[in-house]
Design a protein around this ligand. Structure first.
Ligand code: PLP
Length: 483
């Protein structure tokens, strides 16, 4: 394909994408295929002679679309949102064309510098303390990671290095392996599974802190304090706590104003995972949920979830100025935007894509106000769904609705709710996933797509109640309630 054909095909592809997104709600949101469906649709091996572009495009509808879960359908209510906006897609095209591997300033000055500045823009939108902003003073600042899971791991590895160095400083004869075998990290029992996995990868003990429904599934300071004391008494070395702001099951918020001072006093690294909820902190009314950030050593969230920046774009900030060089042992140094060749290494891979272009396009074309409006609209839609649930005696709300997630269930057994969810998803018109809260099977309804409107919410509720009535006639549901 030469440049002339690329121009033509590129324009056709933009049309194809616009058509796909404009008409996405006509498609079943969830695919009707079995595992392994695709292998039989394409040859066993790559073609010896080139296929034509027309052949490839024809196969998009034949091979790919039947197996696509349409995350950007306004009827998609599963997991958490993943962002999708036209400015971000255009920026991604440009990033692909520039195609640099920005591992150092010299490898791509614009890539390194724009990322540093975009992280500062974001930090200022979130009103982060100055220590997290590279362009003010000290060594704080941020980098773009691929995912929140990577950020959690990077923070854990840095915390491990810092803990080992601190102990060796006071006891240089102590063998390093003897220290790491005693390290203990903590997170909520509601934390994302990537936190537990980070502990496994780092080879450290990870303890789950129990939470209660009566505390809105938030980690309590007293519980953390007690676990730390018990572990210290048993000869262990507490060194890392991953707080969650906006847990995956129910969007619960750990009390970081209470937990942060405990971590600081115990020299425990506090990392904040706000993968989903973080984007909402650009709105003044949700910013109090981030109060206590000043006690954190690192903080991460995913603009690729809820800030209209397409995957992947997970932003991680750390405060180096107040904890001298905590990330250095991992060689996780952030280059200042100067004409030098040091690397930007708060990350696992060496290579990095020019992801900040997506942030730059999106932030400029929506403006802070446009982004705030977007978050607020999703929260309003979630509140609308919550009101519909609350108005129906047969259903109950299972957790506080703070942002764009509604946890709800039929009053009744877990089996009844599992059956209802199966019916919902088998219908393929809307898509939801469940969670477990205090032993109960709960349906999660997350407002996800950029194009979701009130009419989609009302249609989703109509479908849910219709399926509930078909599957469980009223008397059965009221029996369940009584039982
Ligand atoms: N943390 C939380 C609270 C999440 O909800 C999720 C995913 O939904 C993750 C981490 C994992 O995100 P990622 O796929 O960016 O690793």
């Amino acid at each position: 394909m030469d440049a002339a054909e690329f121009r033509r095909r590129g324009k056709e592809m933009v049309d194809l994408i616009a058509d796909y997104l404009e008409n996405i709600e006509q498609r079943p949101v969830y695919p009707d295929v079995e595992p392994g469906y695709l292998r039989s649709l394409i040859p066993e091996e790559a073609p010896e002679e080139p296929d034509t572009y027309e052949d490839v495009v024809k196969d998009i509808e034949r091979v790919i679309m039947p197996g696509v879960t349409h995350w950007h359908s306004p009827y998609f209510y599963a997991y958490f949102p993943t962002a999708n906006s036209f400015p971000a897609m255009l920026a991604d095209m440009l990033s692909g064309a520039i195609g640099c591997i920005g591992f150092s300033w010299a490898a791509s000055p614009a890539c390194t510098e724009l990322e540093t500045v975009m992280m500062d823009w974001l930090g200022k939108m979130l009103k982060l303390p100055e220590d997290f902003i590279a362009g003010t003073h000290g060594q704080g600042g941020g980098v773009i990671q691929g995912t929140a899971s990577e950020a959690t791991l990077v923070a854990l590895l840095a915390a491990r290095s810092r803990a080992v160095r601190m102990i060796l400083a006071s006891d240089p004869q102590r063998p390093e392996t003897g220290i790491t075998s005693k390290l203990v990290a903590y997170s909520s029992d509601q934390a994302h599974c990537s936190v537990e996995r980070a502990g496994m990868i780092a080879g450290v003990r990870m303890k789950k802190i129990p939470t209660e429904q009566s505390d809105k599934y938030a980690v309590q300071g007293e519980t953390l304090r007690r676990m730390i004391q018990e572990d210290k008494a048993a000869g262990l070395i507490p060194f890392y706590f991953c707080a969650t702001l906006g847990t995956t099951p129910s969007c619960a918020f750990d009390h970081i104003t209470e937990l942060g001072p405990i971590c600081n006093a115990e020299k425990i690294w506090m990392h904040i995972d706000a993968a989903y909820a973080g984007s909402s902190f650009i709105c003044p009314e949700f910013r109090p949920l981030l109060n206590g950030i000043e006690f954190a050593d690192s903080f991460n969230f995913n603009p690729h979830k809820w800030l209209l920046v397409n995957f992947d774009c997970s932003t991680m900030c750390s405060v180096c100025s107040t904890n001298p060089n905590p990330l250095i042992p991992l060689c996780l140094t952030l280059s200042p935007p100067l004409p030098q060749t040091t690397s930007q290494h708060w990350q696992i891979p060496l290579g990095r894509r020019f992801r900040s272009l997506k942030m730059w396009f999106v932030f400029r074309m929506y403006g802070l106000k446009g982004l705030q409006d977007y978050i607020r609209k999703h929260v309003e839609l979630a509140k609308e769904f919550e009101s519909l649930v609350r108005a129906d005696q047969r259903f109950e709300i299972s957790a506080d609705v703070v942002l764009g997630l509604v946890c709800f269930r039929l009053k009744g057994s877990n089996e009844v709710n599992e059956t209802l969810l199966k019916r919902i998803n088998n219908g393929r018109k809307i898509h939801l996933v469940p969670c477990q809260l205090s032993g109960q099977f709960v349906l999660r309804f997350a407002v996800c797509a950029r194009t979701t409107e009130s009419r989609h919410i009302r249609e989703a509720w109509r479908l849910i109640t219709q399926l509930a009535e078909e599957e469980f006639p009223c008397c059965l549901i009221s029996c369940e309630v009584k039982g």
